[in-house]
Write a protein that binds this ligand. Structure first.
Ligand code: ZN
Ligand code: ZN
Length: 368
């Protein structure tokens, strides 16, 4: 009977070689993991802006800090800006993406359950940047962030306007995340629109564009008024309808609609057909009303009165209660809302930490 173990097994010499080889592999593994662990991420001293490359000017830094603090208070989203000189200062060599993901997770940006944090990282001398988003967004933010980087930030960076590029990039990201531009918050629709037009004119600065905007804006208003007043045709028989005046129209409106008209939150036009008595009701929401939509009856008849329960201080957030009451259905309910901590420029964003969120590499990068 042939000795199987001897034929198929390993000779002593071979065995030693394999042993030596596995020891070598172990060393290699340790070396590689050591080398990777060597990236030492910078600590943060502020939750909103850490400008280690010193490229953001004072005014923009305050603006960004306010914007990101408001975003966090309003939506809970932790969005932070970090500028560094180069990644090699932190023993990271190579592409910026793994550095951004590693740093994001090291800091724990964003809510730990929602993973909705955002990091804007600029490596000045590497001429690379990245907007890294928490894993809660999946890949949905890759394209919008890429667009913001390419269209808004990089053009500024190319002409060395770092501060402006970052500020305008923050604006655009906040708009993408929350649907408003920082500074527009807490202002009515009119102010918001004016700000938006302002920004537009600012961007393409020139009297020509401003004049065009004024002409078109004026024309649009005139057209809207004309559209609202011009006689309707009855959808049933095509004959001319006439608009009832404010007293006459009340008999066609529901109580909720009458209340809205009374509060001037919505204006109604009632058109009637003289031939068949067909009635059309058109609603025009007011631009500047302070009444919100009631969650019970849905009319724009909800008033909110704010009572401060605890004033915010520089070290703690405050609390306010908003008592809502509806002028239509008379329902009443209250909500308590956190008031952001009062910022003072030296300690702002300090003394607190991120929510422990993580990223799995979503976002976009750019270079200039
Ligand atoms: Zn008719
Ligand atoms: Zn109501």
């Amino acid at each position: 009977m042939p000795n199987l173990s001897k034929e198929r097994g390993l000779g002593t010499g071979q065995l030693q070689m394999y042993r030596a080889f596995s020891v070598f592999l172990c060393f290699l593994f340790v070396f590689v993991t050591q080398a990777r662990a060597e990236t030492e991420y910078p600590p943060y001293s502020n939750l909103y802006v850490n400008d280690y490359a010193a490229i953001i000017d004072r005014r923009d830094e305050i603006y960004i800090q306010d914007a990101l603090e408001a975003l966090r208070t309003e939506t809970g989203i932790e969005f932070t800006v970090l500028t560094i000189r180069n990644t090699s200062l932190y023993d990271h060599h190579g592409p910026i993406e793994p550095f951004a993901t590693g740093l994001f997770n090291h800091w724990g940006i964003g809510n730990a359950a929602k993973n909705d944090g955002v990091l804007m990282l600029i490596s000045r001398n590497d001429r690379k940047m990245r907007i890294e988003v928490g894993s809660g967004y999946g890949r949905t933010k890759d394209r919008p962030m890429k667009r913001i980087i390419d269209n808004i930030i990089i053009p500024d960076f190319k002409r060395d306007a770092y501060s402006s590029g970052i500020r305008r990039g923050v604006d655009a990201v906040v708009y993408d995340l929350a649907g408003y531009y920082p500074g527009d918050k807490d202002s009515g629709f009119v102010t918001r629109s004016i700000n938006r037009v302002d920004r537009f004119i600012d961007r393409f600065s020139g009297w020509f564009v401003a004049a065009l905007a004024a002409i078109f804006g004026g024309a649009a208003l005139v057209y809207k008024r004309w559209r609202r007043r011009s006689p309707r045709k009855c959808p049933r028989d095509g004959s001319r309808m006439s608009r009832l005046d404010e007293d006459q129209d009340n008999e066609h409106l529901y109580d909720g609609q009458k209340t809205e008209e009374h509060l001037k939150s919505v204006d109604y036009d009632v058109w009637t057909c003289r031939q068949c008595d067909h009635v059309t009701i058109e609603a025009y929401r007011s631009w500047y009303t302070r009444y919100g939509a009631c969650r019970l009856c849905n009319y724009q008849t909800l008033q909110g009165d704010t009572t401060i329960l605890n004033h915010a201080t520089t070290s703690s957030t405050g609390l306010k209660r908003i008592d809502y009451h509806c002028h239509n259905c008379r329902s009443e309910y209250s909500a308590t809302v956190t008031i952001a901590r009062i910022s003072n420029s030296s300690s702002r964003g300090g003394g607190s930490s991120f929510g422990g969120g993580s990223s799995s590499g979503g976002g976009a990068s750019g270079s200039w």
